[in-house]
Design a protein around this ligand. Structure first.
Ligand code: ATP
Ligand code: MG
Length: 331
């Protein structure tokens, strides 16, 4: 019989017996401290410290942790685990991600190596924060190595991750173009609502976005991280590490690189750095640059106009320029 999924909590009285039951703590090992390791939205994520070690526990639930009223695929942690399994025989990839110590398929919990209390690269959206070339190189090399090595001609394994893709599809390709989607853009930045109106009325633009959306939903050849933006890049004492492949699937590398480049743009990185990023990637792996540009445009539109907002600091005029540029690319 299937066991009921356990709802983890920060309460040691709940956590300690659970972790012992999983064999993730020794019989006489005690939890000394638990802490929130960093700002996540989707999942219940916890750093557990004992006298002997620390590790990260990540549980996915049938809703978004930060917004419990918003439903989300409950088993997404298991999709994340499948990604770790797929990279398991690639040392170059493994060493840039936390080690997956254990999986509880019943309660959708991952036990991950603790990479220390580094910060993610979301600070890039702040004013005058620039990525160094060596950092960019690590970020691009990782993803090119992933794309080159794990694809439908090198593995029989598949990772459709349909439910997470469907969720992401709504956020990327649908909600940004819905007039009353529950978000007043003027609350994000005064004037943004007016700027956004034109895009919400542009049927030609939306037709093209919809086609790209169908492409995102159809299966591709290449294993993607699926959410390759500054929030998934962690700054640690051992350099940049990559986390959180819960949106991974086999798709178009152009989608992945398009997302990455879009974020470099929204983080106001220099055109020189963005050109370098593209060049670094195309020196390592094949890319349809035309298609990639379209996915850059789609990501810019959805992050500036959609629900999954970022801590951007670019002003209204800069956002308007990026949106116009995106429209030019698409139509
Ligand atoms: N293995 C790890 N080692 C150290 N810190 C980690 C580790 N995994 C996650 N963290 C920290 O916890 C934060 C949240 O983790 P993660 O992004 O995996 O959760 P999430 O719920 O999927 O977040 P999001 O809603 O942003 O997708 C990270 O930004 C990071 O600061
Ligand atoms: Mg996540």
């Amino acid at each position: 019989m299937l066991k009921k999924a356990e709802q983890l909590s920060t309460d040691k009285k709940v956590l300690e017996p659970y972790l012992k039951g999983q064999g993730w703590l020794n019989e006489n090992e005690k939890i000394i401290d638990v802490e929130i390791p960093g700002a996540g939205n989707m999942n219940f994520t916890l750093r557990v410290k004992t006298g002997e070690r620390s590790f990260i526990i990540k549980q996915s639930r049938a809703y978004v942790e930060k917004y419990p009223k918003v439903a989300a695929p409950a088993e997404r942690a298991l999709r994340e685990a499948e990604f770790y399994a797929l990279i398991a025989s690639y040392d170059d990839l493994k060493k840039q991600m936390p080690r997956l110590i254990g999986v509880d398929s019943n309660s959708h919990v991952l036990n991950l190596e603790d990479l220390g209390d580094g910060i993610d690269y979301s600070f890039l959206y702040q004013k005058d924060k620039n990525l160094e070339e060596a950092e960019l190189e690590r970020i691009i090399t990782f993803v090119a190595t992933l794309h080159n090595n794990i694809n439908t001609s090198t593995t029989k394994q598949r990772l459709p991750n349909r439910e997470m893709r469907k969720l992401n599809h709504e956020h990327i390709f649908i909600y940004p173009y819905v007039k009353e989607n529950g978000l007043n853009l003027d609350d994000i930045l005064p004037g943004l609502r007016g700027v956004g109106e034109k895009f919400k009325e542009d049927k030609a633009l939306q037709g093209i976005v919809q086609k790209l959306g169908n492409r995102y939903l159809s299966d591709g050849t290449t294993l993607l991280h699926g959410d390759y933006f500054p929030g998934s890049w962690l700054r640690t004492n051992e350099g940049i590490k990559i986390i959180d492949p819960e949106f991974s699937f086999f798709g178009d590398p152009e989608f992945e690189i398009g997302v990455t480049l879009a974020h470099l743009k929204m983080a106001n990185q220099s055109q020189n750095l963005i050109d370098k990023a593209l060049k670094m990637y195309t020196n390592l792996a094949p890319l349809d640059e035309h298609l990639c540009m379209k996915f850059i445009a789609v990501e810019v539109l959805r992050r500036i106009l959609g629900l999954a907002q970022l801590p951007l600091t670019i002003n209204l005029e800069q956002r308007k320029v990026l949106l116009e540029e995106a429209r030019e690319i698409l139509v």
